[in-house]
Design a protein around this ligand. Sequence first.
Ligand SMILES: C[S@@+](CC[C@H](N)C(=O)[O-])C[C@H]1O[C@@H](n2cnc3c(N)ncnc32)[C@H](O)[C@@H]1O
Length: 221
Amino acid sequence: MLPKPKFTALDDALYNYLLAHRSPDDEVVRELREETARLGDWAVMQIAPDQATLLRILVAAIGARRAIEVGTFTGLSALAIARGLPPDGRLLCLDVSEEWTAIARRAWAKAGVADRIELRVAPAAETLRSLPQEPPFDFAFIDADKKGYPVYWEEIVRRLRPGGLIAVDNVLWEGEVVQPEQRGEDVVAIRRFNELVLADRRVESVMLAIADGLTLARKLP
Ligand SMILES: C[S@@+](CC[C@H](N)C(=O)[O-])C[C@H]1O[C@@H](n2cnc3c(N)ncnc32)[C@H](O)[C@@H]1O
């Protein structure tokens, strides 16, 4: 007989416990979360606190020096990635919003990591296609418009070093990926993207049940 599936479902109490048992956020992160919350409904776009910690740890663990992010918003994920880099490391951030990324720039300056980050405000597909193939990236985070994911994935996998990591957010789409009656364009795009990753022989990948689901993929040598 197969063993019982092994996972622990989260409720609010357990999630709060989990948040409290990770390395604590500092003042810059707390202020950035508060400022983002004041944007109202848009604030849901910000990554979860535990995802930020995870990104920082992953970047540092693989010794990444060059990183790229698609979808910056008010800058929390970029702040986490930049903090995982060494002082001479570089993060390239892609977003279309001057307004939201202005908040990001202020937070990065306060955290003392602004000199590690270059922000390009333009549609990400255009920017990605214009990037040289070399030198490669060590780490990438994709968290922008869902229909764009396949293009972002392809342009980034080509430019990732063997052994490099790509993290992709929202791959469970609040559970709708397994609800066939859900046919909204975002969930349809996410389902297609998840199949594309599964079929991509250049990487090995796993879906983590953190926040709205995070795919972590490693480019094979
Ligand atoms: C979910 S938010 C990113 C959240 C961010 N990672 C964080 O930690 O707060 C998605 C972002 O993607 C950006 N975006 C949407 N379409 C885009 C496109 N075509 N090119 C670049 N950025 C885009 C939006 O402006 C928005 O800031």
